[in-house]
Design a protein. Structure first.
Length: 95
């Protein structure tokens, strides 16, 4: 990782990023990237998060919106196995 960090483009993107950071606090496990930020080589999973509105939809109805928004390209997993990532996400929500 070259240490280059991209600020959120707007307030809603910043809120979405903070929300994901709260859900996945371990940066070595899940690295959340914005824009063309460099990917952390140490992270097991690299997530390009959804925008704020899609994040809210996912929170309100995850069983529907997680797969729906993923297949529509609203968020992407740049590195890692999707099934393992979803298992970690569910574990984080249970904590």
């Amino acid at each position: 990782m070259n240490g280059k960090y991209f600020l959120p483009r707007n307030l809603l993107q910043g809120l979405s990023h903070k929300l994901m950071r709260k859900l996945f606090p371990d940066k070595n496990k899940v690295h959340i990237i914005l824009g063309s930020e460099a990917i952390d080589d140490r992270a097991e999973f690299v997530l390009r998060p959804p925008n704020f509105f899609n994040s809210i939809k996912i929170i309100l109805n995850p069983l529907y919106w997680v797969p729906e928004s993923y297949t529509k390209g609203k968020w992407q997993l740049e590195r890692g196995d999707l099934a393992e990532f979803l298992t970690i996400a569910i574990d984080c929500l249970d904590d």
